[in-house]
Design a protein. Structure first.
Lengths: 115, 116
């Protein structure tokens, strides 16, 4: 299994500012995923990040709003840019091991509140 | 595109009783994975059980078991001898079999309450 940590665990931010969320994994992983969970709702995939390539964004999510970095096989960041109250959500990092691994592990999430 | 539907927003069960959570999905693929995840108030997503579509035998993990009906595209979760610690949001999820695109597609979730 993989142990994932996220920083910060929670934050309250002013609208118009940006926040960068860090995801650290205790082992090397191929694929990392960033999900958003709006209040009382399910998880929605924002993007998939592979090391050494540009992140792949899902429909409705754009790089200018959610830039992602993946500098190595154990670390990734997600930035929420120019925030508005609608960005208030839990943001979760998830990893899969090998390409054929069925298992996906999740970080503890970052609870973001935008005022 | 694959979709996952959980038609029960909320369920409740008495401690020590059995409860079944429903999930249906839509896919045109023949090979895939299905999962049940649990999310307690701590927000941590915890894998409860998984099922490979090619396996006819239903998966079991201690008090948790599934009823996988591939033709009906149904994947329900049965929790036996419910415990207070089982109270959480439960999400059904689908994953393609392919080596790439191992993203998860989640259902809307079912909030399970366990009454003492």
């Amino acid at each position: 299994s993989a142990v994932i940590s996220q920083k910060p665990s929670r934050d309250i931010c002013q609208r118009g500012t940006s926040l960068t969320i860090q995801c650290q994994v205790d082992s090397q992983v191929t694929m990392m995923f960033w999900y958003r969970q709006q209040p009382g709702q399910s998880l929605t995939l924002i993007a998939t990040a592979n090391q050494g390539s540009e992140a792949t964004y899902e429909s409705g999510f754009v790089i200018d709003k959610f830039p992602i970095s993946r500098p190595n096989l154990t670390f990734s960041t997600l930035t929420v840019s120019n925030m508005s109250p609608e960005d208030s959500s839990i943001y979760l990092c998830s990893v899969a091991g090998t390409e054929m691994s069925y298992e996906q592990y999740f970080g503890p999430g970052t609870r973001l509140t935008v005022t | 595109a694959q979709t996952v539907t959980q038609s029960q927003p909320e369920m409740s069960v008495q401690e020590a009783e059995t409860v079944t959570l429903s999930c249906t999905y839509d896919t045109s693929e023949s090979d895939y994975y299905l999962f049940w995840y649990k999310q307690p108030p701590s927000r941590q997503m915890i894998l409860v059980i998984r099922q490979e579509a090619y396996k006819q035998q239903n998966a079991t993990e201690n008090r948790f078991s599934v009823n996988f009906q591939k033709a009906a595209k149904s994947f329900s979760l049965k929790i036996s001898d419910s415990q207070l610690g089982d109270a959480a949001m439960y999400f059904c999820a689908y994953r393609r079999w392919a080596t790439s695109g191992s993203r998860l597609t989640f259902g809307e979730g079912t909030q399970l309450t366990v009454n003492p």
